[in-house]
Ligand binder design. Structure first.
Ligand code: ZN
Length: 316
């Protein structure tokens, strides 16, 4: 099993409109799916990705409006990192300033990271990367030459960092590429989300809640690789869920030794199984079996004001 890297990252947010306006409006990601949490159908599951809805570019949210804030700490993904094209850092500093979003610069592994928080306190960073195609999507003055491409990687706050590092190498085929004073750097082969850094000293244990990552999913190219991943975790005596159909991909979940919830998700069938590719997130899409409850579910969900630019390609 050789995972190409991150498939998606799922976090808990507060107000879904606030999240939509931040990820689609401020960061300029494409709003690609308005659906529900399969395990909690009266909660939205909102997806944001690059223009092409590629694996390795989706951040997704379960909005738990009115729930307490979580605490970022060990047992979680600590930082979600996006790749931007070379030379785009200046643009993003100015854009964050324009929206009064405080930021700082961090330097690791000879790279500069533009660090800031989303409205719920989730830690986000941008880093310039050659790797991966530019995103063909445009919101405001965010043109493809500066647009967020997809994930560069993530920093894991494992409660057992050494064991987590070992496990990711053993089960998902990550290679250890580098090491700094406080992190190990693992790499996979994909164009997006190929870097996973593991913090060497675990911070205080995190608590799940608004503004924290719920889980991180890694890619399996096809069902065969998915089965290999399940076998690999089982061989290390992990309890792995059965294969679960998530409509756009197939999933398994495992709580790893550093208490981070991991998912392995297949690349296919993809996000155009229930909407045309150029009309993603135009409707509320539901998992199989929920169609007959559509009205009840829709009445329960907060209505979202979706700007045209969030879901339609702007032609200039
Ligand atoms: Zn997931």
């Amino acid at each position: 099993m050789q995972s190409k890297g991150i498939h998606h990252i799922t976090a808990i947010s507060g107000d879904p409109q606030q999240g939509l306006d931040f990820y689609a409006g401020v960061l300029g990601l494409r709003f690609t799916k308005k659906t529900i949490n399969h395990d909690d159908p009266y909660t939205y599951h909102l997806y944001f990705s690059n223009g092409d809805a590629s694996p390795g570019t989706h951040i997704t949210f379960f909005p738990w409006e009115g729930s307490p804030k979580g605490e970022i700490g060990s047992g979680q993904v600590g930082i979600t990192i996006y790749a931007i094209p070379k030379g785009a850092l200046k643009f993003w500093k100015q854009r964050l300033k324009r929206f009064d979003i405080p930021y700082s610069l961090d330097h690791r592994f000879n790279e500069t990271y533009l660090a800031f928080e989303d409205p719920d306190g989730l830690k986000i960073e941008l880093v310039e990367h050659e790797r991966g195609p530019n995103s063909d999507w445009k919101v405001d003055d965010i043109t493809p030459d500066v647009a967020i491409k997809g994930f560069a990687g993530a920093v894991l706050y494992s409660a057992n960092p050494k064991s987590t590092t070992w496990l990711l190498k053993k089960t998902l085929g990550f290679r250890q590429e580098d090491e700094s004073e406080d992190m190990w750097r693992l790499e996979a082969t994909g164009e997006f989300g190929h870097t996973v850094d593991v913090l060497k000293t675990p911070p205080k244990r995190g608590t799940i809640g608004v503004g924290t990552v719920h889980h991180i999913a890694f890619r399996a190219s096809d069902n065969l690789e998915h089965e290999e991943a399940r076998t690999a975790f089982t061989a290390e005596n992990y309890h792995v869920t059965p294969f679960i159909d998530r409509k756009y991909f197939r999933s398994i979940y495992v709580r790893e030794c550093g208490y981070i919830l991991l998912e392995v998700a297949t690349d296919g069938p993809g996000f155009d199984v229930d909407e045309p590719k150029d009309k993603l997130a135009h409707t509320l899409t539901l998992p199989e079996g929920y169609e007959r409850h559509r009205q009840k579910i829709a009445d329960h969900l907060k209505a979202l004001d979706v700007r045209d630019a969030y879901v339609n390609y702007e032609i200039h």
